[in-house]
Write a protein that binds this ligand. Sequence first.
Ligand code: UDP
Ligand code: MG
Length: 314
Amino acid sequence: MSQLITLAVPFYNEAATIQIFADTILPALEAVPDTQWEIVCVDDGSTDGTLLKLVALARADSRFRVLEFSRNFGKEAALTAAIDAARGAAVIPIDADLQDPPALIARMVQAWRDGAEVVLARRTDRSSDGMLKRKSAAWFYKLHNRLSKTQIPENVGDFRLIDRAVVEALKQLPERQRFMKGLFAWVGFRTVTLDYTRAPRAAGETKFSGFALWNFALEGLTGFSTVPLKIWTYVGALCALGTLLYAIYIVIVTVMFGSSVPGYASLFVAITFFGSVQLISIGLLGEYIGRIYLETKQRPPYLIRKTYGGDDAA
Ligand code: UDP
Ligand code: MG
């Protein structure tokens, strides 16, 4: 009995890593007993020859299938496309840069065969990531999990194994803004966790700058929690209470000691403080409304220009 399992791999300007990726991943896959593999590679609008190399791979080895995006849609969209296209009884999303160790795949498949529907891979050691990235990631998970009912496990990336049942569940989620970590967590299912050490990138460089990560974090927070929206009611109520107390104090002081020198400083502080509070809360409303706006357009999360390899051979 040999089962088909899909590897879902996003590629964005990974020309430097493709050969290393193929050379490393194939022996690791062949080492897993009783399996057949399909490797769905998504070229996320690369501009560096990634597509040509992927197509060459697909021509030489029928296990590779390539989806070419019409432009760069981002990693979340690329993952979504690969999962949508997967035919396997299980799907394993994995990064192209070999930061997710292929050696773990055999253990994942074993755990899946033992009954798990989701096998998470948790990085125990992230020393290959910079200090700032680690710290900000830790803060993000803490904040997110405090604000949202959907608990995202810390130090778990997209590298995991998901059963066909989970794949079908993910396909039912209609949102266009796809924060995959959150969606994975939202669907639930029977989960086991394996530990591994995160390796440095095999070649090339990271595609996520500081600001991209900040936006990514905002996406995750606003996508899975409305606490940031609701909190302003309480902030407003507290400020109003403070203002009321202050007003009473002023009345008392004025009655007892008569009108003193007008409080220019306190007035100025109060105005700027409330101005900032209002701007922050308006900005926050904007974050949510912007996302509602994008969702209502119902645009597809990605567009495929062409498919290479597999049954859809071009
Ligand atoms: N990636 C993608 N589209 C993008 C950015 C990244 O498909 O717009 C892919 C990239 O090719 C890699 C994976 O997502 O396979 C993870 O990217 P990267 O290694 O740069 O992220 P990091 O590991 O630094 O978080
Ligand atoms: Mg990486």
